[in-house]
Structures are given as C-alpha cells and as structure tokens.
Design a protein around this ligand. Structure first.
Ligand SMILES: [Zn+2]
Ligand SMILES: [Zn+2]
Length: 297
C-alpha cells in the first residue's frame, strides 16, 4: 500500500491559517497586527497572502511561524500560493496556467482559492496542470456570500483524475466575523517553514472549521478487504465522498453524536475523502485517499 495516514506519522500537529490579508493589499490590519491576532489565538503558523505581494516566511521568535505567501489573481480565478521566493510577472495575470507554472518552477505550492465564490467551473479547474490543491472551505466567502464551500469542485477535479489536497482558510480581510473561521492541522516533525511546507505538499494535514479529526486509518480483517476508519470529535454526521455514488453517510440519532465511522474500500471508488459535520454544521475534511495507492502491490 502506498498510502500513509498523517495520524501514523511521527511529529506533532500544528494549527495554521494559510490565507490572510493585510494593509499590504486589501486587508484592514497591518501585518504585525494580523500575526499578533493568530499568535494570541494559539495558532502555530500563518501565511500572509496579499494580492500580488510576496510576504516572506520565517519565525517571529515568539512561537508563530510564517510561510511565504501571495494570492495571485486574474480574470475569473484566484490562486493561493505558498513557499515562493518571488512574485511571477504580472504580465501573466490572465493566464492561470502560466502563473501556476511560474510558481511551480520556484518550488512553490499553488491552490485554487474559493472556486464557488469566483464562479470558476470545475471543468476549467480540472484542465489546469500542477495544482497542489483547492480551498474546500473559505470563511470570508461563506460569511459574506454563502459561497465558501468548494466540495463539489474538489470532487469534480478528483473524479477527473487530479490529485488535489483540500484547505480550509479564513481569507480574512478583517471586516466581518470571518477571522478564525477555517484552518488546517498539519502533521510535521517540527514547526519550521520548510517542514510545514513539505507536510502540506505531501498532504499530511486535515482541514477544519470546527471539529477535530482524531484518527484516519485503513483496517479490515483481510488484506484484500480494506476498510477506511475515521475517528473525530462528537459530530452530527460523518460523510464519505467518492467518485460517483459509492460513498456513505453515517448520522447520529437526534440529540446524540457520532465519533467514528468506516467505509469498505473498493477500487471503483477512485478516491475516498471524509467530512465530519458537527451539530452547528461546521465541518472537518480529510484529504483524499486514492484507491490506486491502497490496492497498489
Ligand atoms: Zn481571493
Ligand atoms: Zn484572499
């Protein structure tokens, strides 16, 4: 099996927000004020991703790590980029594939931001090459327009054969109640920019807007009958999403909660990812498990 659960890796869990705006572009707080807020909220890392402005990474010496970041947006698309060393030429602005290529050439990571809010059809995203992931949840889009979820875009791209991780972010501009509304929990050996970026690239994380995921593993009595098992904080329902209608919903009885669920795995599912939803409708999202990896010899 070529799949490894982040829950079985050595290291620790680190909480971070990967999409943040400041007065360097259209945010209302200065970079210093923004970083101070995340530090006070107990975050381990943060990425200041202003529009076409690169904020370098590093450590503030007080426990908060920054990841180099910028949001590179053009006509009909926004790209959240991490770990880059310089801003690509803005002449590429209206060619998302050229921007992605420029970011990847620097060893950076590129994510489609808030696809529902932007109105980008899944088919156009799935035609892009080199993406690392997609925002499955964007807090400011949800709070302002109800368009924060990207789960259908994500599944469309996964069904088309792309391998994309899923981020939850707050994308705060400090004007509404969006700050802290979405984050990632990254499993890494140490809280450094390099280790966190490597773990993000490898998919060693989960995303959340509330619930905690406590375990994700493949069990099952027989090697040829694997079962995906998830454990989470008390939730109202646990959902398994796959390619086509091969998933499962496990719901708690009214007034009760569910903390674990499982799904037998089949090659035809192509991918399986799990969402845990609490009684307030807040979700946590695992990254996809690819059945090709599970059944690899
Ligand atoms: Zn944006
Ligand atoms: Zn943004």
């Amino acid at each position: 099996m070529n799949w490894q659960s982040p829950f079985s890796l050595p290291g620790h869990w680190y909480k971070g927000n990967l999409h943040t705006h400041t007065t360097q572009s259209d945010g209302r707080r200065s970079p210093e004020e923004a970083l101070a807020w995340y530090r006070e909220q107990g975050y381990d890392f943060c990425a200041l991703s202003d529009h076409w402005v690169l904020t370098p990474g590093g450590s503030d010496g007080a426990g908060l790590v920054s990841l180099a970041a910028a949001e590179l947006n053009g006509d009909g698309y926004h790209l959240l980029t991490l770990g880059l060393s310089e801003i690509p030429s803005r002449r590429l602005e209206h060619e998302p594939q050229a921007v992605i290529d420029a970011v990847k050439a620097q060893g950076g990571l590129a994510y489609i931001a808030h696809p529902y809010w932007t109105g980008r059809p899944s088919s156009e995203i799935a035609a892009l090459r080199g993406l690392d992931g997609i925002e499955v949840y964007n807090s400011v889009c949800e709070v302002s327009k109800g368009t924060g979820h990207g789960r259908v875009h994500w599944d469309d791209c996964l069904s088309a054969g792309l391998r994309l991780t899923g981020l939850a972010v707050d994308d705060t501009h400090w004007g509404l109640e969006e700050a802290g509304g979405g984050w990632v929990m990254v499993r890494a050996p140490e809280p450094t920019e390099a280790a966190l970026l490597a773990a993000l690239a490898a998919g060693h994380f989960y995303a959340s807007a509330g619930p905690a995921i406590l375990d994700l593993r493949i069990g099952g009595a027989e090697a040829d009958a694997p079962v995906l098992e998830v454990v989470c904080s008390p939730c109202a329902e646990i959902l398994f999403y796959t390619c086509g209608p091969r998933g499962r919903r496990v719901a708690a009885e009214p007034g009760a909660s569910v903390c674990r669920a499982s799904l037998p795995l089949q090659r035809e599912q192509v991918f399986v990812r799990v969402e845990c939803r609490d009684a307030q409708g807040r979700c946590a999202w695992t990254n996809p498990v690819y059945l090709q990896d599970v059944f690899a010899c």
